[in-house]
Design a protein around this ligand. Sequence first.
Ligand code: XMP
Length: 319
Amino acid sequence: DWTMGAYREEAIRLIREQVGGKKVICALSGGVDSSVAAVLIHEAIGEQLTCVFVDHGLLRLGEAEQVVSMFREHYNLPLIHADESELFLSALDGVSDPETKRKIIGGLFIDVFQKYANEIEGAEFLAQGTLYPDVIESVSFSGGPSVTIKSHHNVGGLPEKMGLKLVEPLRELFKDEVRALGHELGLPPSFIGRHPFPGPGLAIRCPGEITREKLEILRKADAVFIDQIRKHGLYDDIWQAFVAILPVRTVGVMGDGRTYDFACALRAVTSVDGMTADYYPFTHEFLGETATRIINEVKGINRVTYDITSKPPGTIEWE
Ligand code: XMP
């Protein structure tokens, strides 16, 4: 892409000009925005960039390993894997209110990032994958719902507190342009096309109290659902798809015995920007096959439901 090639060159020039010989730190979430920002900045200043990947223990099956290996091995990018799942999960123990979950996760995220960032001596800049719509939103809808959506990733106030200056090379771009830049930088298409994933992760797909047992079951069920979607070639037609584990056990039969296991809900929607959404019209055959696979392959689930609520009045996530 000609335009993105030119943008890339210009962005690299500007990053070098801004940063000089100083060090930059970046919170890498594994999402498209922070990944594209990190790879671009790394191309501009190499080892002067260190990324911190905060692993809150609420990621999907194999996700932490995938992100860490891609950036360390493929891009050779200096990356700290901050595995703090114990810290996050014990802080969330017994918490069931959705906003309290978000506050705990957001607060700890900042503490953890700060702790690791302090170990990087002489860092003067903080890199962020802020996009143009984020810039606009924070000006015109301050306090509105779009700001809350970003609340976990918004390290607002942190740069000043840590005495850091911001590097935001994506500030002029829209989401589809960030994806094009990602292609230009050689990020794998499967990575660039990934569905959005919320900052609080699986915490808000586990309504009610979060337990390690529920998280483990949820991860497996979610992996089966996504595998089904990919196998049927539907992934790119869907904005977001995931499983939520419900805070209820129901009775089932398996062989000669009764089971008393968790129920789960499948969620898949189409959307343009996440503000409104329609449930995805899977065929009954697809739904039946998926339910059978989840119940056979995931110990701990014996009932599968499909959420056919659109947004509004529903939200995409369950919390
Ligand atoms: P809802 O559930 O509000 O979700 O319809 C709209 C979009 O926002 C994502 N989402 C979040 N992202 N922190 C995030 O970073 C959050 O607390 C959060 N809550 C919802 C959701 O995954 C969907 O893409």
